[in-house]
Write a protein that binds this ligand. Structure first.
Ligand code: TXA
Ligand code: MG
Length: 317
């Protein structure tokens, strides 16, 4: 059976919530990317996520919650974690905190760690679904492991349709890049995955924050090769070959007769983030020799865009 994207009216959200409570897999929209959802407290359902994605089991998942109340029953929220949640939730920020001893979330989901990743999404369909299911929902991006994350329901259907029970279609995702992941343990915040909530947004709340790579390896999911299209990706391109596709950025784009996309002709990084994954998919679909990517500035949201592009360009396993 292949799941077809459906309109997320109240009736569909109700049916999806029942399906989740029954151990089913439901893809749903969030403001960042589409999630492949399951009941986070159900080991079997969580195992189905790993199976559907073909995901390495050591890579722990995020649980999506209805708010700080639900989150606080699952994880330990000290002053700093609370401040971050109050400032950025609902929104594209995931907080990694210590599990409470009574936390009902599947141990498989946190891959043996004594911490859990929690996020309150800023999307009415995701929020409605969590409320109706009355469960935290495990949801990695709804794509086969290692591939480009989905920002439309059609992307989800293409990659995983035959392995899902339902797909809720909420239109294109507003943010387009996965959430910023920050761990807050022992009163210290560490940036584990950059996102559109930037380092400086976080530093306004926490003071100086350490980066991925600076501390111990804390986000086992940060694999070097990820977000990879089928063809190769070449970064910081100042030239483009005839048989390549071009991923441009800004006004003084390269001239190219072959396939090309401009992430943001006006040089707006927020717009570029929202367009990134869909543009990579459209170029890849034309089966070029490779994709040449023009330089993207590293400031603000550029850090997250360059993080995803670097992984897309990394040698494949
Ligand atoms: O925007 C998003 O965050 C999307 C949407 C669907 O909400 N979800 C998402 O989930 O990207 P996922 O499971 O693909 O990303 C989980 C990230 C990985 O980098 C993983 O290693 C990290 O969070 N993570 C999860 N649990 C962790 C933990 N206990 N400690 C450290 N990192 C953790
Ligand atoms: Mg992913």
């Amino acid at each position: 059976m292949t799941a077809i994207p459906i309109l997320p009216d109240q009736d569909a959200i109700g049916r999806a919530a029942l399906c989740l409570r029954d151990g089913g897999l439901v893809a749903f929209p969030t403001e960042t990317v589409y999630g492949l959802g399951a009941d986070a407290t159900n080991d079997k359902a969580v195992a189905r996520i790993f199976e559907a994605k073909g995901r390495p089991q050591f890579n722990p998942l995020i649980s999506h919650v209805s708010g700080l109340d639900m989150a606080s029953e699952l994880g330990q929220f000290g002053t700093l974690a609370k401040e971050l949640a109050n400032r950025f939730w609902p929104g594209p920020l995931t907080l990694v905190v210590e599990r409470r001893p009574t936390c009902p979330i599947s141990l498989l989901l946190s891959a043996g760690l004594d911490t859990i990743a929690l996020r309150m999404p800023d999307h009415p369909v995701a929020q409605g679904l969590i409320r109706r299911a009355q469960r935290p929902l495990a949801a990695p991006s709804a794509n086969p492991s290692g591939g480009v994350s989905p920002t439309t329901a059609a992307h989800v259907a293409e990659g995983l349709g035959d392995r899902l029970d339902m797909i809720l279609d909420g239109g294109p995702c507003r943010v387009g890049l996965e959430s910023t992941v920050v761990s807050v343990t022992n009163g210290q915040a560490r940036l584990l995955r950059p996102g559109t909530i930037t380092r400086s947004d976080l530093e306004d709340v926490c003071g100086a924050i350490t980066s991925p790579g600076e501390g111990p390896v804390e986000a086992p999911g940060m694999l070097a090769s990820h977000y990879a299209p089928n063809c190769t990706v070449r970064l910081n391109a100042h030239t483009v070959a005839a048989d390549e596709a071009l991923l441009a950025f800004g006004t003084d784009g390269l001239v190219h007769a072959g396939p090309m996309e401009n992430l943001s002709p006006s040089g707006d990084l927020l717009e570029a983030a929202a367009n990134l994954f869909a543009a990579l998919r459209r170029l890849d679909a034309q089966e070029p020799q490779g994709i040449a990517v023009m330089p993207i500035p590293q400031d603000g949201i550029g850090e997250a865009i360059n993080d995803r592009l670097t992984r897309a360009a990394a040698p494949r396993p």
